[in-house]
Design a protein around this ligand. Structure first.
Ligand SMILES: Cc1ncc(COP(=O)(O)O)c(C=O)c1O
Length: 440
């Protein structure tokens, strides 16, 4: 959702790390289309690739050499991608990875992370952060309730189990109870919309070995973490399957899933009963041409730049909060950051929910004031940078954030005194007038 109160801004163009709204006002883009972009807007190499390709056709009804070129570049980034297939979005990529795991193992059950976001298909929209929905008892006893998004059939809960992020014991317990029945564990290595929570050291290593012990397919959803150069490469944990989208399409729709040859060979049309994977525009030439240009210009130097910008941003936000005497901290990894008004950084989605409880309006005010100061972020707190974002831009943003906190101190004193580090918390906060601060 890109809507927010009182009304979302509409944009008409972007250049480098700035976007312009319909009133002609430019904003420093600290959102990068919710992390889906990394090259800035209208990057010359990407624009050239798209312009050159569009005159040659976009989907010619057969395989194209661009698929191999893109796959080779992607494989150079991510060695675990022995074989890949193309679709049109992260939603499709994770849906296909799950189906592939089910076909490979002959098992039905998926274990996913509470608050993990994998797009909008039915299996992914169980306890997906921001998808809302009603609480339901899980079919395994002893697990916290899970949430089913409106419109997702209850039968999905017969084959999906959710466990808290950063809790390897929960995965161990579920796999022990469901021995031989789980097809896949799917996880975002940094819990994205669930609060930008990085995996604890050792957590995914443990999940790797637990899944291997019961021949469960481990899927890393790296749609958002490609901006780290992938989490799996950075931390040296090799999943069986991985999914990608966003940056690898260079600003155009794309989805990629892939991994072990023995799993992906289920798609081999020469075998009896291959998995049937069709997609009218999957692997289309335009997305691939843009994606090739994006991968060629997203190498170690660029990833390191994003890392440095992210670290600078988080340090800046932390010190802005400290200087303003406000409880809160920045979390995240590499060029993917969130700010939480909470005494301790969240470790899982339940912590993020608790940190946000009753603070929608506060987050809305921060977001709107940053817009007024000329910076685009997400209302839920996500901040992502482009490879063309400068240190100066990050420093200006931090200064605007510091101004925003100072401006909000009287409001916090009235409505959230517990967030003022230098004031004893009052017994009760002033009742809040109702201003709609909902939306993403
Ligand atoms: C980790 C992750 N997986 C999957 C998706 C879904 O991608 P798409 O919006 O392209 O369907 C997203 C999108 O935000 C994501 O962050």
């Amino acid at each position: 959702m890109t809507t927010y109160a009182p009304h979302p801004l509409y944009f008409d163009q972007g250049k480098r790390a700035r976007v312009r709204d319909l009133d002609g006002r430019w904003y420093q883009d600290m959102l990068a289309n919710y992390g889906a972009l990394a090259h800035g807007h209208a990057h010359p190499a990407l624009t050239r690739a798209v312009n050159d390709q569009i005159s040659l056709g976009t989907a010619l009804g057969g395989p194209s050499i661009l698929q191999y070129q893109h796959a080779e570049l992607l494989q150079a980034h991510v060695p675990a991608l022995e074989r890949v297939r193309y679709c049109n979005s992260g939603t499709e990529a994770t849906m296909w990875a799950l189906r592939t795991a089910r076909a490979y193992t002959g098992r039905d059950i998926i274990v996913k992370i509470d608050g993990g976001y994998h797009g909008t298909h039915d299996w992914g929209h169980v306890s997906a952060f921001l998808s809302g929905g009603t609480p339901h008892r899980q079919f395994l006893p002893g697990l916290p309730p899970t949430h089913l998004a409106p419109g997702v059939p209850k039968t999905v809960l017969e084959s999906v189990v959710t466990v808290p992020f950063n809790d390897a014991q929960a995965v161990a317990d579920v796999l022990a109870q469901l021995q031989g029945r789980v097809a896949a564990v799917i996880v975002e290595p940094v819990l994205g919309v669930g609060g930008g929570v990085p995996a604890r050291p050792g957590y995914l290593e443990q999940v790797r070995s637990l899944t291997a012990d019961d021949a469960v397919v481990l899927i890393f959803d790296e749609c958002a973490t490609f901006r780290l150069g992938t989490w799996q490469v950075r931390h040296g944990v090799r999943p069986d399957l991985s999914t990608f989208s966003k940056i690898v399409g260079g600003g155009l729709p794309i989805g990629v899933f892939g991994g072990h040859t023995d799993i992906m060979s289920l798609f081999d049309p020469a075998r009896p009963q291959p998995i049937y994977h069709a997609s009218a525009f999957g692997g289309n030439s335009l997305s691939l041409a843009a994606g090739i240009a994006a991968l060629e210009t997203f190498q170690e130097t660029e990833i390191a730049h994003l890392d440095r910008l992210g670290a600078r941003l988080r340090e800046g936000l932390d010190s802005a909060a400290r200087d303003a005497g406000i409880v809160g901290s920045a979390v995240g990894e590499g060029g993917l950051s969130y700010f939480h008004f909470a005494a301790t950084p969240p470790q899982n989605a339940a912590d993020t929910v608790a940190a946000r409880e009753g603070r929608d309006e506060l987050r809305g005010l921060v977001h709107l004031n940053l817009l007024n100061e000329g910076f685009l972020t997400a209302r839920h707190g996500l901040m992502c940078q482009h490879i063309v974002t400068t240190n100066t831009a990050v420093d200006s943003f931090v200064a605007a954030f510091a101004d925003t906190l100072t401006l909000l101190r009287p409001y916090l004193a009235d409505y959230h005194p517990d967030l003022l580090a230098d004031q004893p918390a009052r017994e009760t906060a002033v009742p809040k007038p109702s201003i709609d601060g909902s939306g993403q």
